[in-house]
Write a protein that binds this ligand. Structure first.
Ligand SMILES: O=C(O)C(=O)Cc1ccccc1
Length: 310
């Protein structure tokens, strides 16, 4: 990693977000982890220069985009993504003392976690009341102390173990194999070097009153062999009917086909925003055919330059 040394994340210790951060830090003992009580406060620390980067959840394989984060990173904060991490999500039901599931009247956890165990909860503890917590780890800690916030918490197996909680049920997630994608964001600066297995994230306001605008945008990517791996439309917040597209594509801004596609889109939507090029967490290398490789672009430019010189 770079010289970055302070990282904010949704805390306290033991959240899935911290697991994502530890993955990226890859054993770097010098890095300082700064827990916050919310995603907006983790991002604010980056804005203020208190930390070098923040780790935030961005996409869930079951529910799709974590829209609040997407909007915050791109609209409110103007940050760039420099890395991503994929964290497999599994939940346990933790209680302070062993107790039958039928006696659980209140359950606390983060809203994302609750959304991912609803079917289990409806089937097993249908009467239990959900008490929102700032994070899964904060919810688990809420069971301790003089006045426990709830009878049970939904959290990671690791947090339950670290806090010495009793595991009343394990593997309660509704969809087995769910993964959450997290991104590390920082103030705009040098773009990480291309690795051959990169992603680029952009936002494109859809040009208004232009028939076929979306098709036109997509054609810029298709004709340069640029594969899109996520596309979501989000309201701009400026009024009904105004949207931008949030897109992840395969490739790096330093690759000619990506730069050329983005330049093409810029001509029809000049407010396009670049949110970063960074290595893919799954390391899946790009499949680029020769006609859209850097060498083909360079040969084409040499040819044009020669023609212009006459
Ligand atoms: O609360 C946490 O542990 C988080 O990091 C947020 C979250 C919660 C559930 C799934 C993915 C991320």
């Amino acid at each position: 990693m770079s010289a970055t040394s302070r990282y904010s994340f949704l805390g306290p210790a033991g959240t899935f977000t911290e697991a994502a951060l530890l993955q990226i830090l890859d054993g770097d003992e010098t890095a300082e982890r700064v827990p916050t009580t919310s995603v907006p406060s983790a991002l604010a620390l980056v804005d203020d220069g208190e930390v070098d980067a923040a780790m935030v959840p961005i996409e869930n394989s079951v529910e799709g985009g974590v829209t609040a984060t997407l909007d915050a990173v791109s609209v409110a904060h103007q940050l760039h993504i420099v890395a991503e991490a994929l964290v497999p999500i599994t939940f346990v039901v933790a209680t302070r003392e062993p107790m039958p599931l039928s006696r659980i009247a209140t359950i606390t956890t983060h809203s994302h976690a609750w959304a991912q165990v609803r079917r289990w909860a409806d089937a097993t503890v249908p009467e239990a009341e959900f008490i929102p917590a700032a994070s899964t780890a904060a919810g688990a800690r809420g069971l301790l102390g003089e006045e426990p916030a709830a009878d049970a918490a939904i959290c990671s197996p690791l947090v339950a173990e670290q806090l010495g909680l009793h595991v009343a049920a394990a593997g309660v997630e509704d969809v087995e194999g769910a993964v959450t994608r997290f991104v590390l964001v920082r103030r705009p600066g040098p773009v990480p070097e291309p690795t051959g297995a990169d992603k680029t994230t952009i936002m494109i306001p859809l040009p208004e009153d232009r028939a076929g605008a979306l098709l036109e945008l997509l054609e810029h990517f298709a004709t340069r062999g640029v594969n899109l791996c996520r596309i979501e439309s989000r309201p701009t917040g400026n009024g009904l009917g105004e949207y931008f597209f949030s897109i992840d594509l395969e490739g790096h801004i330093r690759e000619e086909r990506v730069a050329d596609a983005l330049a093409g889109v810029h001509r029809i939507s000049p407010k396009i925003r670049f949110l970063g090029s960074y290595p893919r967490a799954d390391g899946k290398p790009q499949q680029v055919t020769a006609d859209v490789g850097d060498a083909a672009f360079s040969a084409a430019r040499t040819w044009i330059d020669a023609l212009r010189r006459g």
